[in-house]
Design a protein around this ligand. Structure first.
Ligand SMILES: [Cu+2]
Length: 370
């Protein structure tokens, strides 16, 4: 499932020849002037007013009409256009060389949509995994107040609990079910409804390319959560974050953030999804969970920090910038990515080479993390 070490050698050699690690790559204009840089803040560091402005903007997007073909995708809102885009690309941007850059841009596109379509004056917040893990359903993010992202789902009956999907399976680790799992009934998203089903990771492991037939089937229902203190306590930890940031290669960084290599231990990307329950952990439809965007904002922040720890720009444009191929889990097998490989976001954004999305604070990625 993983590209061989020989493949790694090829990528490293190719990049070392074409991209000297000490000079910025061509064609990425440095138009982001210091005075234009916007700051993305941690949820708990926003004022109550700022938190409400964010969730109001997300609710606004959930109320705006879809711009996609309803007959093809069953979309009912502009918010769902982003969910569908994620589903459409799920098989080419996870567990591979594209994952970090694709999600960086996807979160940026969502942030821009909130600003342009819904007049949101702020920036995309992020979710400090460690800070909020101690008592996750009492954290400012998930305490269910009007200034949170809503809280835990209602408890399910023992019978319904039996039928609740496990949120993810990684190696030999199956995430345990938590005390919620039912409808979210408090906070800003108490009336939010979802439609796309849980598809699961196995659909991404089909040796044939393409999406499952029923991927866009739509069954309207309440938005559900099953927030897991077990996952938060055991995996959203400072030790895991330190271990991730100490990765010496991009291959190691990617492996540690997901950790799907069979040791049965979820990395911070997987654990953040798992902590939210089946809706927020679905491999395809996870952006139905509004916390998806804050989770990926944090991943972007951590990637940025890791890139900065490298020598010069070796982790941005150099020989330690990219690792892996262009398909999810390399199924079906595909070429190794280079900085020139084009990635796309469907109708949300023209395809563009990965190199455009490698550096926060450059080009139109004009933001930083606080
Ligand atoms: Cu994703």
């Amino acid at each position: 499932m993983k590209p061989s070490l020989i493949a790694l050698g090829l990528v490293a050699t190719a990049l070392a020849h074409s991209v000297p690690s000490h000079t910025p790559i061509d064609h990425v204009p440095a138009v982001c002037r210091p005075s234009h840089v916007r700051v993305r803040k941690e949820w708990g560091d926003l004022s109550l007013h700022e938190r409400k402005a964010y969730t109001d903007a997300v609710l606004c997007l959930q109320d705006k009409p879809s711009q996609l073909d309803h007959a093809l995708y069953n979309t009912t809102s502009r918010y769902e256009d982003f969910v569908v885009t994620h589903m459409n690309f799920t098989r080419v941007m996870h567990n591979n060389a594209v994952f970090l850059a694709w999600h960086r841009r996807f979160a940026w596109l969502f942030e821009r949509e909130l600003q342009q379509e819904c007049g949101y004056p702020g920036t995309l917040p992020y979710w400090d995994w460690v800070k909020n893990a101690r008592n996750i359903t009492a954290s400012p993010l998930f305490d269910g107040s009007p200034y949170s992202l809503s809280g835990q789902g209602l408890p399910l009956s023992p019978e319904a609990k039996e039928h609740e999907l496990p949120c993810w399976e990684v190696g030999n680790f199956t995430c345990p079910k938590a005390p919620g799992g039912g409808c979210v009934t408090d906070g800003p998203f108490k009336n939010y409804r979802i439609g796309y089903l849980s598809i699961g990771v196995s659909a991404a492991q089909n040796p044939e390319p393409g999406l499952p037939q029923d991927v866009f089937d739509y069954v309207p229902r309440c938005f559900s959560r099953d927030i897991s203190q077990y996952i938060a306590t055991n995996f959203l930890t400072q030790a895991n974050l330190d271990h991730l940031l100490a990765a010496s290669t991009i291959a190691e960084f990617q492996d540690r953030i997901d950790n799907v290599s069979g040791v049965g231990f979820p990395g911070l990307h997987v654990a953040g999804h798992m902590a939210l329950g089946p809706t927020g952990a679905d491999f395809f439809s996870s952006p139905q969970e509004p916390a998806f965007y804050l989770h990926h904002s944090t991943i972007d922040k951590v990637w940025t920090e890791w890139q900065r720890r490298g020598r010069g720009e070796e982790r941005i444009y150099g020989d330690n910038a990219l690792f892996g191929t262009l398909t999810t889990l390399n199924i079906p097998p595909s070429d190794n990515a280079t900085l020139e490989s084009e990635i796309g976001w469907g109708s949300l954004e023209q395809p563009a080479p990965i190199k455009k999305f490698m550096a926060v604070g450059r080009g139109d990625l004009c933001y930083r993390y606080e």
